[in-house]
Design a binder for this molecule. Structure first.
Ligand code: ZN
Length: 504
């Protein structure tokens, strides 16, 4: 009887915003996920994450899963050099100690930046490739926010991105990667892949995959790739908050032993994307324009604070929207702010107390002045909550640290947290027994990611063009490293006929 193949599992995930002065450190990974060995299976196998899909897909194919190393941190600044060294050394040590393996399933994010490695994903995948040799299959998943690099393509046997934003198919993407690994190991399937890099970036506000124009691009790409020999195709939308050479949108196609076909399909998808580039220009109102429009409506409104997009790494303590809501008395409204000092003051005062607080606006001068108000402390708790549904990011356990819920006139409810947690789960509103249906306005600090959780609750969704480190107009970001010319930064950018990057 042939022996059961053994496939190692590795993950190192973080979306790094290079425009933030703060650095991501080892502590940020410890606060989210820093796991090795069987602890990975215990903590992740039941989740909606792609690593859970690896376990499920390998079990389905009767392949032994060998969990080795997982590190994940919430989006924040560039990873500090010593912390990245630590992560990479730990990952490689686990890989070395694993014994003989028949393949590797890896989960990079694709938009990770370290101080010493701007293309951090390409860097660690290459180090893994060097360790395992040129022939062992290394199949990796990618977040579609990846800024794809030729190095990532060169280091891997195949790359497969999730197809949805908000990301609801992470687990399925992991299962797909595992099923592909099974075919490589059992059927000796030989894979080839190629990527194409049009000189453009799709605006973050237009990166919703279930609506035009992006849904049209996905449909067109599927049609272009409905050809014998194409194994998978991926659209990489890109992450504009990383000032790196590979920032931008891309297409990637995996074929069965046919590099020319992979190259041709990737190029065709990229051409389609390029032709649609002007459709990806964003539409978003200022705070005042948006609030004028909802002054008299009975609808439940979701306001998306794009300049303080926590899932894009921002401070989570922006107050621009809070000030505007308080002035206009548009409540009942709910907003979540990261403010450990305010939580501390509320805890010192106790439930039922009334006190004056300066809320938010502590991190920098970009995200609004602190909001000064007399508040009543309604609830205090540890801020932990669980999400069991498929939600953006595949997170299942959340810990926003010590949490205070305070209320202030005119009818504003604030959830104050001690840790920055992106608005990926409606359970965050429910902490402390709040009912999301009791609010007329909910504010989520994000762009597309919060829609999976908040969209079904709200009658209208408004993307606000708020200032901040994740301002949605990426042309305002001071990129130094990006390719030039590039659309939409250079409106008249051309794309001369160039050969796509190849990988046999
Ligand atoms: Zn993403």
């Amino acid at each position: 009887m042939p022996k059961r193949p053994r496939v190692g599992i590795l993950a190192l995930l973080q979306e790094s915003n290079t425009f933030l002065s703060g650095r991501t450190t080892r502590r940020h990974f410890e606060e989210d996920l820093l796991l090795r060995g069987e602890a990975i299976r215990q903590q992740m196998a039941a989740s909606q994450h792609e690593v859970a899909g690896f376990f499920a897909g390998l079990a389905q194919a009767d392949i032994e899963a060998v969990p080795l190393f997982v590190a994940r941190a919430y989006p924040h600044g560039v990873i500090e050099a010593a912390s990245f060294d630590f992560l990479l050394e730990s990952l490689l040590r686990e890989l070395e100690a694993a014994g003989p393996l028949d393949g590797i399933l890896a989960a990079p994010h694709g938009a990770t930046v370290a101080e010493q490695a701007p293309d951090a994903d390409g860097h660690w995948l290459r180090r893994v490739r060097e360790k395992i040799g040129p022939d062992l299959p290394l199949i990796a998943t990618l977040d579609p926010h990846a800024n794809l690099s030729p190095e990532m393509v060169a280091a891997t046997t195949a790359l497969i991105a999730y197809n949805t934003n908000p990301h609801l198919d992470q687990r399925q993407t992991g299962e797909k990667a595992a099923a592909l690994m099974a075919r490589v190991l059992r059927e000796n399937l030989r894979l080839t892949q190629a990527a194409a890099f049009p000189p453009m970036a799709i605006n973050i506000q237009r990166q919703r995959t279930d609506l035009p124009p992006l849904s049209h691009l996905y449909t067109a790409a599927t049609a272009l790739c409905a050809r014998p020999g194409v194994i998978s195709h991926s659209l990489l939308l890109g992450f504009p908050y990383a000032d790196v050479a590979e920032m931008g949108s891309a297409a990637l196609v995996v074929t069965e032993d046919n590099i020319a076909l992979a190259q041709q399909c990737a190029q065709q998808i990229a051409r389609e994307m390029w032709q649609m580039r002007r459709e990806f220009e964003p539409v978003f109102p200022s705070i005042d324009t948006a609030l004028d429009a909802i002054q008299t409506t009975d609808e439940r409104i979701l306001l998306l604070d794009m300049g303080d997009n926590v899932g894009g790494g921002s401070p989570a303590d922006g107050t621009h929207v809070l000030h505007a809501l308080a002035q206009r008395r548009l409540g009942p409204a709910w907003i979540c702010l990261y403010d450990p000092a305010a939580v501390h003051a509320a805890e010192a005062a106790g439930v039922g107390a009334t006190l004056n607080l300066r809320l938010g606006g502590q991190t920098d001068a970009l995200h609004g002045a602190p909001f000064e108000a007399e508040v009543r402390v309604e609830h205090l708790c540890d801020g932990r909550f669980r999400e069991s549904e498929a939600r953006h990011g595949g997170f299942s356990e959340f810990d926003q640290g010590r949490t205070a819920i305070v209320r202030t006139a005119p009818d504003l409810t604030l959830t104050l947290t001690s840790r920055r947690v992106p608005p990926f789960s409606l359970q965050q509103v429910r902490v402390g027994g709040l009912n999301p249906h009791s609010f007329r306005i909910l504010v989520a600090k994000g762009v597309i990611a919060p829609l999976a959780a908040y969209g079904p609750l709200c009658d209208r969704i408004i993307h606000l063009n708020t200032p901040g480190v994740t301002c949605a107009d990426m042309r305002q970001l001071p990129h130094q490293q990006r390719r030039r010319p590039m659309f939409p930064f250079e409106k008249d950018a051309a794309w001369p006929d160039v050969e796509p990057q190849l990988q046999a």
